[in-house]
Design a protein around this ligand. Structure first.
Ligand SMILES: C[S@@+](CC[C@H](N)C(=O)[O-])C[C@H]1O[C@@H](n2cnc3c(N)ncnc32)[C@H](O)[C@@H]1O
Length: 184
């Protein structure tokens, strides 16, 4: 069985390669930042955002331990402000919504009020032949609402500019799912 994580990587790797620029909009402990950093290699650039200083500490330590090239920049700010830090276009962006794994602090989950503008802004950063991936966790109330709002928003966007698809287990509606938006 193909798991959702492998499927996410498959789609991202169809657009992202060596020397490219990418953004991790929800850094957490840095697993997605690691994936992006190793994919773009020493000639690429990865910028990652989180609102929790401890996410930056944990990610910096992890990226060094995991042997990532020195191509990353960690920023302590909300992802809806990301456009203030990114110069030029990106080939891939990742949102892994929800709260930091292992932190126990569910109050610091991503919230519709900032997730929606963050996703909207992120789409403006996409280069041609680029991808934005948003993983949604509908198993908690804010996650379910976040997913509904995102889907309503994505449904309004032109199919001539973006190809938008959703991947969800039909027989497990509270399991995580993801949405990808690909530019032409
Ligand atoms: C599910 S975790 C991300 C997991 C992470 N990608 C990893 O690989 O470990 C979601 C993260 O989003 C962060 N977050 C919540 N609101 C945010 C915001 N407005 N801007 C940026 N990050 C935010 C949380 O602090 C949390 O660390």
């Amino acid at each position: 069985m193909v798991d959702l994580l492998s499927l996410q990587k498959y789609f991202i790797l169809s657009h992202l390669g060596e020397g490219h620029r990418a953004v991790d909009f929800t850094m957490g402990n840095g697993h997605d930042t690691e994936f992006l950093s190793k994919t773009v290699g020493p000639g690429g650039q990865v910028t990652a955002f989180d609102i929790q200083p401890k996410a930056l500490e944990s990610t910096a330590k992890n990226l060094r331990e995991w042997g990532c090239p020195e191509n990353w920049r960690l920023i302590c700010d909300s992802h809806h402000n990301a456009i203030n830090y990114i110069d030029g276009k990106i080939k891939a962006g990742m949102f892994n919504l929800g709260y930091m794994p292992g932190s126990g602090n569910k109050a610091l989950t991503t919230m519709r009020e900032t997730t929606l503008p963050a996703v909207e802004n992120a789409l403006t950063l996409l280069d041609r032949d680029a991808i934005l991936m948003v993983a949604v966790y509908p198993g908690h109330p804010e996650g379910a609402l976040e997913g509904e709002e995102l889907q309503k928003y994505f449904a309004t966007l032109s199919r001539y500019k973006l190809c938008i698809a959703k991947f969800q287990m039909v027989n497990s509606p509270t399991s995580p799912y993801f949405i990808i938006a690909e530019t032409k």
